[in-house]
Design a protein around this ligand. Sequence first.
Ligand code: ZN
Length: 167
Amino acid sequence: MRVAELLVPPDEVLLVYVHVIDHPEGRVLVDTGLTELHPAVADIDPRLVPLTEWDVDLAGIDIVINTHLHFDHCGGNHLLAGKPIYVQRRELDDARSLDDHTIREWVEAPALQSVPLDGESELLPAVRPVPTPGHTAGSQVVVVETGGRAFVIGGDMAAWSKQLVAA
Ligand SMILES: [Zn+2]
Protein backbone atom coordinates (compact mmCIF):
# COMPACT_ATOMS: atom_id res chain seq x y z
CA MET A 1 0.00 0.00 0.00
CA ARG A 2 1.51 3.29 -1.07
CA VAL A 3 1.35 5.77 1.80
CA ALA A 4 3.62 8.64 0.80
CA GLU A 5 5.85 10.15 -1.84
CA LEU A 6 9.15 11.91 -1.28
CA LEU A 7 10.66 14.34 -3.74
CA VAL A 8 14.37 13.70 -4.08
CA PRO A 9 16.42 16.36 -5.87
CA PRO A 10 16.72 17.07 -8.62
CA ASP A 11 13.51 15.50 -9.86
CA GLU A 12 13.05 11.94 -8.63
CA VAL A 13 10.02 10.69 -6.72
CA LEU A 14 10.53 8.00 -4.09
CA LEU A 15 7.40 5.99 -3.28
CA VAL A 16 6.84 4.83 0.28
CA TYR A 17 5.01 1.55 0.86
CA VAL A 18 3.79 -0.50 3.79
CA HIS A 19 2.66 -4.12 3.56
CA VAL A 20 -0.05 -6.03 5.43
CA ILE A 21 0.15 -9.78 6.03
CA ASP A 22 -3.25 -11.30 6.84
CA HIS A 23 -2.16 -14.29 8.90
CA PRO A 24 -4.58 -16.67 10.67
CA GLU A 25 -2.82 -15.91 13.98
CA GLY A 26 -2.65 -12.15 13.59
CA ARG A 27 -2.49 -9.24 11.21
CA VAL A 28 1.05 -8.02 10.57
CA LEU A 29 2.09 -4.60 9.30
CA VAL A 30 5.53 -4.48 7.68
CA ASP A 31 6.84 -0.93 8.03
CA THR A 32 4.64 1.97 9.04
CA GLY A 33 5.53 4.53 6.41
CA LEU A 34 5.21 8.18 7.08
CA THR A 35 2.17 9.61 8.84
CA GLU A 36 3.17 13.13 9.76
CA LEU A 37 5.56 15.83 8.64
CA HIS A 38 8.76 16.77 10.45
CA PRO A 39 11.09 19.73 9.95
CA ALA A 40 14.09 17.41 9.58
CA VAL A 41 12.76 16.11 6.27
CA ALA A 42 10.95 19.18 4.96
CA ASP A 43 13.54 19.52 2.19
CA ILE A 44 12.21 16.41 0.44
CA ASP A 45 8.66 17.69 0.59
CA PRO A 46 6.84 14.54 1.80
CA ARG A 47 3.37 14.07 0.34
CA LEU A 48 1.34 11.89 2.66
CA VAL A 49 -1.64 9.71 1.90
CA PRO A 50 -4.04 10.58 4.74
CA LEU A 51 -4.58 7.76 7.24
CA THR A 52 -8.28 7.83 6.43
CA GLU A 53 -7.38 6.69 2.92
CA TRP A 54 -5.13 3.82 4.00
CA ASP A 55 -6.58 0.50 3.01
CA VAL A 56 -6.07 -0.93 6.50
CA ASP A 57 -7.43 -0.20 9.94
CA LEU A 58 -4.40 0.24 12.21
CA ALA A 59 -6.52 -0.73 15.22
CA GLY A 60 -6.69 -4.22 13.73
CA ILE A 61 -2.91 -4.65 13.51
CA ASP A 62 -1.46 -7.15 16.01
CA ILE A 63 2.24 -7.12 15.15
CA VAL A 64 4.59 -4.63 13.49
CA ILE A 65 7.84 -5.52 11.76
CA ASN A 66 10.18 -2.72 10.69
CA THR A 67 12.52 -3.63 7.84
CA HIS A 68 14.71 -0.81 9.11
CA LEU A 69 14.20 2.44 10.98
CA HIS A 70 14.71 5.17 8.42
CA PHE A 71 12.06 7.81 9.05
CA ASP A 72 9.90 6.75 6.10
CA HIS A 73 9.66 3.19 7.41
CA CYS A 74 8.87 3.89 11.08
CA GLY A 75 6.88 7.11 10.85
CA GLY A 76 3.65 5.43 11.92
CA ASN A 77 5.10 3.38 14.78
CA HIS A 78 3.69 5.89 17.26
CA LEU A 79 0.19 4.95 16.12
CA LEU A 80 0.83 1.37 17.17
CA ALA A 81 1.88 1.91 20.77
CA GLY A 82 1.37 -1.20 22.82
CA LYS A 83 1.81 -3.55 19.86
CA PRO A 84 5.07 -5.48 19.58
CA ILE A 85 7.37 -3.82 17.04
CA TYR A 86 10.02 -6.27 15.83
CA VAL A 87 13.29 -4.91 14.51
CA GLN A 88 16.84 -6.24 14.39
CA ARG A 89 18.81 -5.26 17.50
CA ARG A 90 21.59 -3.74 15.39
CA GLU A 91 19.06 -1.49 13.66
CA LEU A 92 17.52 -0.38 16.93
CA ASP A 93 20.94 0.33 18.43
CA ASP A 94 22.01 2.33 15.38
CA ALA A 95 18.76 4.32 15.30
CA ARG A 96 19.25 5.24 18.94
CA SER A 97 22.92 6.16 18.67
CA LEU A 98 23.89 7.30 15.17
CA ASP A 99 23.29 10.85 14.05
CA ASP A 100 21.23 11.18 10.88
CA HIS A 101 20.01 7.57 10.92
CA THR A 102 16.38 8.48 11.50
CA ILE A 103 14.11 10.86 13.37
CA ARG A 104 15.10 9.56 16.77
CA GLU A 105 11.96 10.62 18.64
CA TRP A 106 9.92 8.42 16.30
CA VAL A 107 11.92 5.41 17.48
CA GLU A 108 12.21 6.32 21.15
CA ALA A 109 8.64 7.30 22.00
CA PRO A 110 8.16 5.78 25.47
CA ALA A 111 4.92 3.96 24.68
CA LEU A 112 6.52 2.00 21.85
CA GLN A 113 7.10 -1.66 22.54
CA SER A 114 10.17 -2.34 20.42
CA VAL A 115 11.30 -5.95 20.48
CA PRO A 116 14.89 -6.46 19.29
CA LEU A 117 15.64 -9.54 17.21
CA ASP A 118 19.01 -11.24 17.02
CA GLY A 119 19.08 -12.80 13.59
CA GLU A 120 16.48 -14.89 11.83
CA SER A 121 13.31 -15.91 13.65
CA GLU A 122 9.82 -17.23 12.98
CA LEU A 123 7.40 -14.75 14.53
CA LEU A 124 4.36 -16.60 13.24
CA PRO A 125 4.23 -19.86 11.28
CA ALA A 126 5.64 -19.11 7.80
CA VAL A 127 6.46 -15.48 8.64
CA ARG A 128 10.21 -15.05 9.12
CA PRO A 129 12.23 -11.87 9.51
CA VAL A 130 15.69 -12.47 8.03
CA PRO A 131 18.63 -10.08 8.47
CA THR A 132 19.83 -8.53 5.20
CA PRO A 133 22.53 -6.01 6.09
CA GLY A 134 23.15 -3.63 3.23
CA HIS A 135 20.85 -0.64 2.96
CA THR A 136 21.47 -0.29 6.68
CA ALA A 137 23.62 -2.57 8.82
CA GLY A 138 20.51 -3.74 10.68
CA SER A 139 18.10 -4.15 7.76
CA GLN A 140 15.89 -7.20 7.53
CA VAL A 141 13.39 -8.63 5.06
CA VAL A 142 10.27 -10.63 5.88
CA VAL A 143 9.91 -13.99 4.16
CA VAL A 144 6.30 -15.16 3.92
CA GLU A 145 5.54 -18.67 2.72
CA THR A 146 2.04 -19.20 1.41
CA GLY A 147 0.46 -21.29 -1.30
CA GLY A 148 3.67 -23.22 -1.84
CA ARG A 149 5.61 -20.07 -2.66
CA ALA A 150 7.88 -17.75 -0.72
CA PHE A 151 7.45 -14.00 -0.93
CA VAL A 152 10.06 -11.56 0.29
CA ILE A 153 8.99 -8.17 1.63
CA GLY A 154 11.87 -5.75 1.77
CA GLY A 155 12.37 -2.10 2.52
CA ASP A 156 14.57 0.00 0.25
CA MET A 157 16.19 -3.08 -1.24
CA ALA A 158 15.99 -1.26 -4.56
CA ALA A 159 14.62 2.20 -4.07
CA TRP A 160 15.05 3.12 -7.74
CA SER A 161 13.99 1.14 -10.79
CA LYS A 162 17.48 1.50 -12.25
CA GLN A 163 18.76 -0.60 -9.32
CA LEU A 164 16.73 -3.54 -10.63
CA VAL A 165 18.58 -3.59 -13.95
CA ALA A 166 21.00 -6.51 -14.03
CA ALA A 167 24.62 -5.43 -13.77
ZN1 ZN B 1 15.85 3.34 4.03
